[in-house]
Design a protein around this ligand. Structure first.
Ligand SMILES: Cc1ncc(C[n+]2csc(CCOP(=O)(O)OP(=O)(O)O)c2C)c(N)n1
Ligand SMILES: [Mg+2]
Length: 320
């Protein structure tokens, strides 16, 4: 185990967890409006997967996108400001929670329509192959997306055209309040790749280092052989689907069982055994300061000016 690397991944997971907790608090205070889909519990997927790619690679995801944006390199203050609907947010406060885009870190969204972004991701991978730019696209989506037309269209074309893409299904066992057993006749989602002649993998995201190494195999296949892979990562969200969901469709015992395997705690326990306690405490304090600064930046930033409505809506002259 490379200790420094685990420290870096733990730091990112802790940063995402704390940012999400603060976002929940800000939402309760009325500082964030609209939807807010938290990523708490799933951090190891984004952090492990993004550790397996480079800054130049593309990421496309769903509305549960804050953690993935941070793992891909978006600044915490910019992410938080977008949640607050402020002009300093990544979409100038016009997108909100579901639309985290960041050109500088090749984060291509943040999409609200279930499965709608999967063909877009295949298109990004097609562009990379056409331009021979060596980039890989990571496309994240939930278990609820795999019965949707866009999934089959994107996966089918990626296999046919041998595109450099990794489809990452974050199977958190629920689509809103509906358990997977009521939406899928075959619960092993990775098997869907077989019908398209595509490589596939399936595992639990308990250990962030394992997420990274398993995703790396798929990323290498994409980069070196220009072949797609469908990776089903088993995970669990500790909060409701969104802030308006009290999560009454699952038992406290089920939730507790998953919390016992919280990937953030698993990584922390490893660090407690292998690293200096004082350094661990200092790292967590540093994360606290970073989160505080992000919230302060969002809070103190101005609202977008009404003058950006016309150029962003009609004439295409708006430059971010
Ligand atoms: C095409 C479409 N149908 C329905 C919805 C409403 N909706 C939003 S999230 C969601 C559940 C998706 O579950 P899943 O793909 O498992 O992702 P998770 O929220 O678990 O991350 C639904 C049905 C939508 N956004 N788009
Ligand atoms: Mg789901």
């Amino acid at each position: 185990m490379n200790l420094d690397h685990l420290v870096a991944l733990y730091r990112q997971m802790q940063l995402i967890r704390r940012l999400e907790e603060e976002a929940a608090r800000a939402y309760a205070m009325g500082k964030i409006g609209g939807f807010l889909h938290l990523y708490i519990g799933q951090e190891a997927v984004a952090v492990g997967a993004c550790a397996a790619i480079t800054k130049d690679d593309y990421v496309v995801t769903t509305y549960r996108d804050h953690g993935i944006a941070i793992a891909k390199g978006m600044k915490p203050g910019v992410m938080m400001a977008e949640l607050f609907g402020k002009a300093t947010g990544c979409s100038h406060g016009l997108g909100g929670s579901m639309h985290m885009f960041d050109k500088a870190s090749n984060m291509l969204g943040g999409h609200g329509i279930v499965g709608g972004h999967i063909p877009l991701a295949a298109g990004a991978a097609f562009a990379s192959k056409y331009r021979k730019d060596g980039r890989v696209t990571l496309c994240f989506f939930g278990d609820g997306a795999v019965s949707i037309q866009g999934f089959h269209e994107g996966v089918s074309l990626a296999a046919l055209w041998k595109l450099p893409i990794v489809f990452v299904c974050e199977n958190n066992e629920y689509s809103m309040g509906t358990p997977l057993s009521r939406t899928l006749s075959e619960e092993d989602i990775s098997k869907k790749a077989i019908g398209y002649g595509m490589a596939h993998d399936r595992f639990f995201a308990t250990d962030v280092l394992e997420v990274e190494s398993r995703l790396k195999q798929a990323v290498d296949r994409a980069r070196n052989e220009s072949l797609p892979t469908l990776v089903e990562v088993r995970t669990y969200r500790f909060r409701g689907h969104s802030m308006s969901d009290p999560g009454k469709y699952r038992t406290a015992a089920e939730l507790d069982e998953h919390k016992q395997r919280d990937p953030l705690s698993v990584a922390r326990t490893k660090l407690e055994a292998a690293w200096d306690q004082q350094k661990l405490a200092a790292l967590e304090q540093e994360v606290e300061r970073e989160v505080e600064a992000a919230v302060k930046f969002a809070d103190e930033s101005p609202e977008p000016d009404a003058s950006i409505l016309e150029p962003t809506t009609y004439d295409g002259t708006f430059a971010s």
